[in-house]
Design a protein. Structure first.
Ligand SMILES: [Cu+2]
Length: 345
């Protein structure tokens, strides 16, 4: 593990053309047709790190469209998630979440000693419909006390925030509550020191759909996060869904004309604000996703830590569209990606 400062990471990750050439000469670990950076460079600056992370452990492309363990093989899924239809037609949704320490890859070749839910950062996405009953069996197999604090309506005893709510190492707790209100929410550990537990990776998306379904769309989970690799209370690496520049190497494929709905959650620690800017087009903003009226129509949305938005748009033209934090420094340190819109008819 290299001690990285915010600035030296740029050099280490091979941002100069010379370094990029040098690193490219080495075999790429787990390379899967990485996008050529040639078209993304200008002058002496190549954008983003080169090489490829090990996507067999966590693939941000899969994470985008996975919820309720839909990315797990059916025979294994039942070990983590079970749903039962109740007499009134709503569902009981039962989850098993486990706190576990795990080293994760946050940029090609850069590892971070994370505290995780189920071995991944962000944790598994939980998705229910308004009125469903949520039951989460939480097991703490990590090395510190942890909790799960859900954003949403619940009894104070289910809040996972107070000293008496701490789940000690080796212990278990069952969180149970009704899913409301509908919206784009999140869950995170609420143990002390809070900033350490959150930035170490203990968070995930918690979506509640309205009883009357929204129009069908291509839905994407986008969690904006950052990593303090040298523990100086400042982030060295930024990303959406953990792996820096992943969607630059693997653009998010969408269809021209089809409704795209992004659930964007900001869990970036240490920085007061983060943002999402999409090139060449505009989107409707539903703040917190809790209403069906549009709050804004823009191409840039700013978010405080813990804030989330639901964005809807349709790509008008085929081609590649940049998407990144409008804090330029965050973009240069990893929060940079591409959408690739394709004609399908
Ligand atoms: Cu924790």
């Amino acid at each position: 593990m290299h001690a990285l400062t915010r600035r030296s990471w740029l050099k280490f990750a091979g941002f100069s053309a010379a370094a990029a050439g040098l690193l490219r000469a080495k075999p790429l670990r787990g390379a899967q047709d990485p996008v050529s950076m040639a078209g993304m460079s200008h002058g002496a600056h190549a954008m983003g790190p080169v090489g490829e992370a090990d996507l067999s452990r966590f693939d941000p492309t899969t994470f985008l469209r996975a919820w309720n363990f839909s990315d797990v093989a059916p025979e294994d899924r039942a070990r983590h998630y079970r749903e039962t239809v109740r007499p009134d037609g709503t569902k009981l949704r039962e989850y098993d979440l486990v706190a576990v320490d795990r080293e994760i890859e946050i940029a090609p070749g850069i590892f971070f000693p994370a505290w995780t839910f189920n071995g991944q950062v962000p944790g598994p996405t939980i998705r229910a419909t308004e009125g469903d009953r949520i039951k989460v069996n939480f097991y703490n197999q990590g090395s510190h006390p942890h909790t799960i604090h859900f954003h949403g309506w619940h009894h104070p005893s289910m809040d996972g925030s107070m000293p008496e709510h701490q789940v000690q190492v080796g212990d278990r707790f069952v969180y149970e509550f009704d899913a409301e209100p509908f919206g784009t929410h999140l869950y995170h550990c609420h143990s002390s020191p809070l900033k350490r537990h959150i930035h170490k990776g203990m968070y995930g998306a918690f979506l509640i759909d309205p009883r009357t379904p929204r129009p069908a769309a291509d839905e994407l989970i986008m969690v904006m996060n950052g990593f303090d690799t040298n523990f100086d209370a400042d982030n060295e690496v930024y990303a959406v869904n953990t792996l820096a520049n992943h969607y630059e190497r693997h653009p998010i494929r969408v269809e021209v004309g089809r409704l795209v709905r992004m659930h964007v959650i900001n869990v970036t620690e240490f920085d007061l604000i983060n943002s999402l800017h999409l090139h060449g087009m505009f989107f409707d903003v539903y703040r917190t996703g809790t209403r069906t009226i549009v709050d804004d129509h823009t191409d840039t949305v700013m978010m405080c830590q813990g804030e989330r938005v639901m964005l809807e748009t349709r790509f008008r033209y085929p081609g590649r569209f940049m998407c990144h934090a409008h804090q330029s420094e965050f973009a240069e340190l990893g929060w940079m990606g591409l959408f690739e819109a394709v004609e399908t008819r």
